[in-house]
Ligand binder design. Structure first.
Ligand code: ATP
Length: 257
């Protein structure tokens, strides 16, 4: 097998704080292939965001390892884009300046091409005409979409997405999902996608990982038996419905246990 883009090897994470000790993750091992779209499902607090922070180099595991392109992660990398649950935009900067921020941060300047690309990404996420607005003039869902455009600006090879659509209504959410797939079909990406929606995971991913409750570990993984390209028709596919039902039952049973 080719070198994986991301490899977790017997990773564990224990948080020690003044209020006590939390074992968040235990013995987590999995690979993500280059240009694979993997979703992670699991109960609240099972360590999904913690996994992403480790890939991003924002947190060091207390045991085991995480490698990106066969190198241990030691610090944030340029070739990884992140979409957080809360988009953390700069409040004093316009929407467009927020989107070009990664370029300014990296090189100290923003090229005309990068500005052009920011404009394209903003129209893609449905925010054409909002370039000069400030973040607090936008709704929560619109701010989330600015965060998505910002993460795509530098065309990173790896994209980490932590419930990126949680503030969107169901319909916009589905449309955004397919828009993302279209972008990825033109510019392939390795995606790790956290969601609480079983149907979203089934619809968008190549593979779905299901985690146990805390301490989180991988309960099972399922390959989505549907090809690409995918679009609104895919949402009606029986295989997607069956997989969603299976995943929902799995999570409910585990939740009850
Ligand atoms: N910096 C930290 N210090 C102490 N405990 C933490 C820290 N970060 C996370 N935790 C704990 O680790 C566990 C996993 O948290 P995490 O945010 O990764 O879960 P999650 O699966 O993403 O949850 P959700 O689905 O609710 O967003 C939780 O019990 C949380 O309280």
């Amino acid at each position: 097998m080719a070198m994986p883009a991301i490899r977790f090897d017997r990773l564990g994470q224990v948080f020690e704080t003044r209020s006590g000790r939390t074992e968040a993750l235990r013995d987590v091992s999995f690979d993500v292939a280059r240009h694979e779209f993997v979703s992670i499902l699991g109960p609240s607090g099972c360590g999904k965001s913690t996994l992403l922070r480790m890939i991003a180099g924002l947190l060091k595991p207390t045991s085991g390892s995480v490698d990106v392109f066969a190198l241990p992660v030691t610090a944030p990398r340029d070739d990884i884009g992140i979409v957080f649950q809360k988009p953390t935009l700069l409040p004093w900067a316009t929407v467009e300046d927020n989107v070009v921020f990664p370029a300014r941060h990296k090189t100290g300047r923003v090229t005309a091409e990068e500005r052009g690309r920011a404009g394209e990404l903003l129209s893609m996420v449905g925010l054409a005409g909002f370039e000069k607005r400030l973040p607090d003039e936008l709704s929560g869902g619109m701010q989330q979409r600015v965060g998505i455009a910002r993460a795509l600006l530098m065309d990173p090879d790896i994209l980490l997405m932590d419930e990126p659509f949680s503030a969107l209504d169901a319909l916009t959410r589905e449309v955004m999902g397919f828009d993302l797939l279209r972008i990825f079909s033109e510019r392939p990406k390795t995606v790790v996608f956290i969601t609480h929606s079983v149907s979203e995971a089934a619809l968008l991913s190549d593979r779905v990982l299901v985690m146990t409750g805390r301490p989180g570990s991988i309960l099972t993984e399922v390959t989505v038996p549907v090809g690409r390209p995918r679009g609104p028709e895919t949402a009606k596919d029986k295989a997607i419905h069956d997989l969603s039902d299976y995943l929902r039952d799995l999570l409910l049973t585990r939740h009850a246990a």
